[in-house]
Design a binder for this molecule. Structure first.
Ligand code: ZN
Length: 342
């Protein structure tokens, strides 16, 4: 214990993780013109029409007048006579997302994953496979990449309940026992979700709790905390508020009206002594200025009072060769155990 007491605050802070929480807006910003084949990532409003399964509602009298998938799905799922329609909607959603392919050129998801390290974490509410697809190509640049959590599951994940093990669904068979992988059921938008529906989702939430408690910076990107996620938001707030953390930082990356964003995230900011910054794009956030060194950069500037700027900032790259070259000085330093801001 004595040894710990000798560490200065900055040293302890530098060892803490950076947590990113992603919502639908992050995928939208990552593929503004659609995926590799121009397939759009649907938004909750008008979701069924956008993915071409609104025909399933033909002849069904819904109480809700909303076109929002949350309202429609919740209502149908509460009525046993519609179990068949509900299953068809779920199949339609999975089929749509399974087809999605990340564009060939580097995307914001590639920049994001590559700008964090093993001690950091990306937790996503999105079902789409794009984040995993990005991970599978940036891991050719470095293996020191963040942990990923799929809070509502993902169509790109396969699980083996026997081995309590999960891996990419495209592997088809469990790499431990050889049995065919199951596709974990997605967590659909109903008010009372079952967060222990399967081991995959359960593990994701308990790991998220650890990162919420320990992260020095939490960045929330494109996640609007919709009504059907009220329980999720409360769970996150409880974990984040387990301590008063006046030196920590919350960043929100979103294009919504600022007042709305402040109102949504103010309860979280309270515990950081209102250290809440709002940015309009990923590139403006701390990883834009300090890729792979976000915590180090933050501590250097705000705790140690450094006035200069980083010389290696995130830039749009047209190819992966360009991106590899951009990150090279940082990754080379890391091989010498040097994590300084440059
Ligand atoms: Zn297995």
């Amino acid at each position: 214990m004595k040894k710990h007491e000798n560490y200065d605050i900055a040293e302890i802070m530098r060892s803490r993780p950076h947590l990113f929480i992603l919502g639908a807006g992050a995928t939208k910003a990552t593929i503004p013109h659609g995926d590799k084949y121009s397939r759009q990532s649907p938004v909750m409003e008008n979701f069924m029409q956008e993915i071409g399964i609104d025909g399933l509602l033909y002849g069904i009298k819904l109480k809700t007048k909303s076109k929002n998938i949350e309202a429609i799905y919740s209502e149908l799922a509460s009525k046993p006579e519609y179990a068949d329609v509900v299953r068809k909607i779920e199949d339609g959603i999975v089929a749509h997302y399974r087809q999605m392919q990340i564009p060939d050129a580097p995307t914001l998801y590639d920049y994001l994953i590559l700008s964090l390290r093993k001690k950091d974490c990306i937790a996503t509410f999105n079902w789409d496979p794009l984040l995993i697809q990005a991970y599978n190509r940036v891991n050719k640049i470095t293996k020191d990449l963040p942990q990923m959590l799929f809070l509502h599951s993902s169509v790109a994940v396969g699980i083996c309940e026997d081995c309590r093990h999960y891996e990419p669904y495209r592997n088809r068979y469990c790499s431990i026992c050889g049995k065919p992988l199951d596709s974990p059921k997605l967590l659909y938008p109903v008010k009372n979700k079952n967060y222990s529906q399967n081991i995959f989702i359960k593990d994701a939430w308990s790991t998220l709790q650890y990162y919420l408690e320990t992260a020095c910076i939490v960045t929330i990107w494109g996640y609007s905390a919709p009504r059907s996620d009220e329980e999720a938001k409360n769970m996150m707030l409880k974990a984040f508020s387990s301590d008063y953390r006046p030196l920590d930082q919350i960043e929100v990356i979103d294009i919504a009206v600022e007042d709305v964003l402040y109102k949504t995230w103010q309860p979280f900011a309270k515990n950081t002594n209102f250290h809440l910054n709002i940015h309009r794009s990923l590139m403006e956030s701390l990883i834009g200025e300090f890729p792979r060194r976000s915590i180090e950069g933050y501590v250097k500037r705000y705790i140690e009072g450094w006035w200069n700027g980083s010389t290696l900032t995130l830039k749009e790259c047209k190819t992966f060769e360009e991106l590899t070259l951009l990150m090279k000085p940082l990754i080379e330093n890391e091989s010498q155990n040097n994590y300084n801001v440059i």
